[in-house]
Design a protein around this ligand. Structure first.
Ligand SMILES: Cc1ncc(COP(=O)(O)O)c(C=O)c1O
Length: 456
């Protein structure tokens, strides 16, 4: 019998518990307080018993009117409600223009395409991000060049960008990882000096700011996602924002089969346009109606999440081996989409991250392991092996083993092994729920040895 099943047996009526356990349980079973201090995985009380807030949130009283109006009108394809959503989002982030599109991935693909980033070009990215950050480059026929992550901030390390610039470098694509800003002042300075385009992957950064300027408005363009897990959940949806009229006209045409700007709905007074190669990335009127409803609560929910994140951070930072995220200088707001920290198993008697997460789950607190490494994955090779890439690049540039070697990011590899995330809906809970999370981790830390043995 292993220690875990032994404890289970003990909990459910076994009598051998006090005799064979190396841990002193003698005060535990008769004493509610101590039982609470014992990790749930060792038979103690859960730290958190309530349900975490559900996500997405839909409030029939406030949210359904606009949606039903759209449904009953029969105007479902792109029209005035989409334009209204675009205008609201442009105003919210302080950009001149916004184009709503089907998702964040295609917002990124379209943006790169409309800045003419393609065959033979290199785009600098950080590896600690979602796959869309990389496939948007490859889908345009360009090659991602990986710059290592700063493990303290979880963002791409702006100090390492310049070493990766080559004559082929056309753009920098900073992803604001998990809703916390990448170092835009530094990145914009580098871009200016090297004449590079900057496309911000702001897919997780709704309302984040540096020096009160919204993320997504520093670069030539910013791209957002409104997929269901995001802080503005629409089901699927995305947006491109920019102050560059010509670029936005092209994006508009591209999202509507290449037809001229305004070809679906021309808001009053807007002129310009072009006819060009296009695709179709339009969102529907009912998606926009959902988006408008979600926008009403974004600010309030962001404040709650950010306050909770700040509070949780202050508590977790006191636990040895738990290293919460740091922010770059001058951040005035984040959009805490996830709460990330590094889990240092050395401070937990070697308890693995997987076992730490199991013990945490037993406490009623679910965490995830976050991103995996991206700069070594087979999907990259599938692009390199494709007919298009073989025609676009000399053979030596498609040597995948060499590419992997050149793009090795050791800090990021370690981060992917150490990171733990808590979700955006958990961050909508109460302050005392944050206390429960911290308490659960403290318990695990104090009993790390016993927990480790229980999993043997
Ligand atoms: C960092 C990042 N970029 C891009 C995307 C893609 O967004 P979408 O799912 O809307 O295509 C996501 C989605 O999770 C993301 O997290």
């Amino acid at each position: 019998m292993n220690r875990r099943s032994f404890i289970k047996k003990g909990m459910f009526g076994g009598t051998s518990l006090l005799v064979t356990s190396s841990f002193n349980y003698s005060n535990v079973w008769g004493n509610t307080n101590n039982n609470r201090n014992l990790p749930a995985v060792l038979g103690g009380q859960k730290s958190h018993t309530a349900l975490w807030p559900a996500w997405p949130i839909w409030n029939p009283k406030t949210d359904e009117k606009r949606l039903l109006e759209v449904m009953r009108s029969g105007v479902w394809t792109r029209n005035k409600v989409v334009s209204e959503f675009e205008q609201r989002w442009a105003e919210t982030v302080g950009a001149k223009r916004c184009l709503a599109v089907v998702n964040g991935t295609n917002a990124l693909i379209a943006s790169l395409k409309q800045f003419d980033i393609g065959a033979g070009d290199e785009v600098i990215v950080g590896p600690y991000s979602f796959i869309s950050t990389f496939i948007c480059i490859l889908e345009n026929g360009a090659i991602p060049v990986f710059v290592d992550t700063d493990p303290e901030t979880f963002q791409l390390d702006a100090n390492k960008i310049e070493a990766k610039i080559t004559p082929r470098t056309k753009a920098i694509l900073p992803a604001h990882t998990l809703g916390m800003p990448a170092d835009m002042p530094k990145i914009m300075d580098i871009a200016k000096r090297h004449n590079l385009i900057v496309i911000e992957n702001a897919c997780l950064s709704w309302l984040s700011e540096i020096d009160n300027k919204k993320i997504g408005t520093f670069g030539n363009a910013g791209c957002f996602s409104f997929q269901t897990s995001k802080n503005i959940p629409i089901g699927e949806g995305g947006a491109i924002v920019s102050d560059d009229d010509e670029f936005m006209d092209r994006c508009y045409s591209y999202h509507n089969y290449g037809s001229p700007y305004g070809s679906v709905v021309l808001p009053e007074g807007v002129k310009g346009g072009t006819v060009m190669a296009g695709s179709k990335l339009r969102i529907t009127e009912y998606q926009a109606a959902i988006g408008l409803a979600q926008l009403e609560r974004l600010e309030m929910q962001t404040d709650i999440r950010n306050e909770n994140a700040q509070y949780l951070k202050s508590k977790l930072a006191q636990i040895p081996g738990i290293v919460p995220y740091k922010l770059i200088d001058n951040v005035t707001k984040i959009s805490a989409w996830q709460f990330p920290f590094r889990y240092k198993k050395e401070s937990f008697k070697g308890l693995t991250r997987a076992d730490f997460l199991k013990a945490l789950r037993a406490e009623g607190v679910s965490g995830s392991t976050g991103y995996v490494t991206q700069n070594d994955k087979p999907y990259l090779k599938s692009y390199f092996d494709s007919k298009n890439f073989r025609k676009m690049y000399p053979k030596k540039m498609l040597n995948f083993a060499k590419y992997i070697e050149k793009n090795h990011c050791p800090e990021n590899d370690l981060l992917c092994e150490e990171a733990v995330w808590f979700s955006n809906s958990m961050l909508l809970a109460s302050k005392s729920d944050m206390d429960n999370i911290a308490f659960a981790i403290e318990k695990i830390h104090k009993h790390a040895e016993q927990i480790k043995n229980s999993f043997k």
